[in-house]
Design a protein around this ligand. Structure first.
Ligand SMILES: Cc1cc2nc3c(=O)[nH]c(=O)nc-3n(C[C@H](O)[C@H](O)[C@H](O)COP(=O)(O)O)c2cc1C
Length: 359
C-alpha cells in the first residue's frame, strides 16, 4: 500500500494530511504557510479570529471579517498554489454572512462542523470555493449528503470523520461518553465509506474520507489508511510546532501535559470539549465564571446559564494566559517537544511508509 496524494479543488497535496482548523487564533497564517510548504493542506479557523483587534468587543463581526481577509491575503502572497481552507463552525452566529464573505476569498474550501451545515451549499454553490463538513457518525454524514443532494444538488469536496479522541468541541454528548456509547474512529470511517457510495455513483465523483481525532504519529496514520480512510486531519500535533500561531505558553502546556491532565469540559456550545486541566477547569468543577462581556458568538449559547464564556476563555489562552481554556486532543500527552512543521511532516510520512510497506 502506498501513501496517496490528496486532491482538493483541483489542486494536489503531496501528502493526504489536513492540518485541522483551531480557534481562537491557534491556526492562522504562520502555521498555514508552513503546512502548505511541507506538502499538506492548511486550514485557518474563523472562530473569533478578530479577537485581538481594537474594535472587537464593539463590532466583532466587522473585525472578524477584516482579520480573515488580512490573514488570507497574507498567506496567499507567497503561497498562491497551496491548498487553503477555512474552518467555519456551523454553531457560530452570522454563519451565512461569514460563508458568503468567504465564498469570495482566495481559498479552496470552507469546512463546517459543530452542527449540521445543511445550508452551506447555498452560499458557495456558484463560486470557486468548495464545501466540506465534519461529522462524528455515518448517520450525520448521510443526513447531510441527502440534504445537500435534495436541496442543492451539491456534494462535499471531502468529509472529515472525527472520532472521540479529537480536540476542541466533540461530536458526542456527555451522556454518550458516560454510557460508553461512543463509536471509535475506525468504525466511523468504515460506515461512512459505505454510505457515500450511492452519492459517489450519482455524481460520478470521489468523496475522500478524512479521519480525525487522536492521530498523533505516522503509525496512527498508516493504521487508519489501512481501515479505508483516504487521509487524516491532525490538529493537536501541530500546536507543538515552531510555526503554530499559539502562544509559547500554550505550546508549553501541550508538551508538558500528562495523560491525567487531559480532561473533558462542558462548553457553552452545548457539546463537551477537551482541554488541559488548569486553573479554569479546576474552578469549573464547583463554580461558574461570570462572563465579562458578550460578543454573541454562538447560536447555541444559553447566555444566562453558561458555566463560562468560551470566547473570553479561549481568547485569553490564545493570548498567553494559561488560566484560560486550553483546548487539546486526547493524545497531547504523547507530544514532548516543539519542532518545525517540516520535521513533523517528514517523520509522520517516514513512520507511515514503514508500516504501509508491511501490508
Ligand atoms: C486547540 C484546538 C482548537 C480547535 N478549534 C476548532 C475549531 O475552531 N473548529 C472546528 O471545527 N474544530 C476545531 N478543532 C478540532 C480540530 O480541527 C481537529 O479536527 C481535531 O482536533 C483533530 O484531533 P487531534 O487534535 O487529536 O488531531 C480544534 C482542536 C484543537 C486542538
Amino acid at each position: 500500500m502506498k501513501i496517496k496524494e490528496l486532491i482538493i479543488n483541483g489542486k494536489t497535496a503531496k501528502f493526504p494530511i489536513i492540518q485541522g482548523g483551531m480557534g481562537i487564533r491557534i491556526s492562522l497564517g504562520k502555521l498555514a504557510k508552513a503546512c502548505m510548504n511541507s506538502g499538506i493542506v492548511a486550514t485557518i479557523s474563523a472562530a473569533q479570529i478578530g479577537f485581538l483587534r481594537k474594535g472587537f468587543k464593539d463590532n466583532p463581526m466587522k473585525e472578524n471579517l477584516i482579520a480573515l481577509s488580512e490573514e488570507i491575503s497574507n498567506i496567499r502572497e507567497n503561497n498562491p498554489d497551496g491548498i487553503l481552507g477555512v474552518n467555519l463552525m456551523h454553531a457560530m452566529n452570522n454563519y451565512q454572512e461569514f460563508a458568503e464573505f468567504l465564498s469570495k476569498q482566495d481559498i479552496d474550501f470552507i469546512i463546517s462542523g459543530a452542527g449540521l451545515p445543511v445550508d452551506l451549499p447555498e452560499y458557495i454553490k456558484n463560486t470557486k470555493v468548495k464545501g466540506a463538513f465534519i461529522v462524528s457518525s455515518a448517520r450525520a454524514a448521510r443526513l447531510l449528503l441527502k440534504s445537500w443532494d435534495r436541496r442543492h444538488h451539491f456534494m462535499p469536496e471531502f468529509i472529515v470523520c472525527e472520532g472521540p479522541l479529537a480536540g476542541g468541541h466533540l461530536g458526542f454528548t456527555k451522556d454518550d461518553f458516560d454510557s460508553g456509547n461512543v463509536e471509535d474512529l475506525e468504525s466511523i470511517v468504515r460506515t461512512t465509506k459505505e454510505i457515500i457510495k450511492p452519492f459517489e455513483e450519482k455524481y460520478n465523483k470521489q468523496i475522500p474520507i478524512i479521519a480525525a481525532g487522536g492521530i498523533n504519529d505516522g503509525h496512527d496514520i498508516a493504521s487508519i489508511l489501512k481501515s479505508g480512510a483516504d487521509g487524516v486531519q491532525m490538529a493537536t500535533r501541530f500546536i507543538a510546532s515552531d510555526e503554530c500561531d499559539a502562544s509559547d505558553e500554550y505550546k508549553d502546556m501541550i508538551i508538558k501535559s500528562k495523560e491525567e491532565d487531559i480532561v473533558r469540559v462542558e462548553s457553552p456550545a452545548g457539546l463537551p470539549g477537551r482541554a488541559i486541566r488548569n486553573y479554569l477547569t479546576n474552578i469549573l468543577e464547583t463554580k461558574r465564571i461570570k462572563p465579562k462581556y458578550c460578543v454573541n458568538c454562538l447560536k447555541t449559547c444559553n447566555k444566562s446559564n453558561i458555566p463560562y464564556c468560551i470566547t473570553e476563555q479561549l481568547g485569553n489562552s490564545s493570548n498567553g494566559d494559561n488560566k484560560g481554556l486550553i483546548f487539546t486532543g486526547a493524545k497531547a500527552y504523547l507530544i514532548t517537544k516543539i519542532e518545525s512543521v517540516d520535521e513533523i511532516v517528514k517523520r509522520l510520512i517516514a513512520e507511515c511508509k514503514i508500516d504501509l510497506s508491511f501490508n
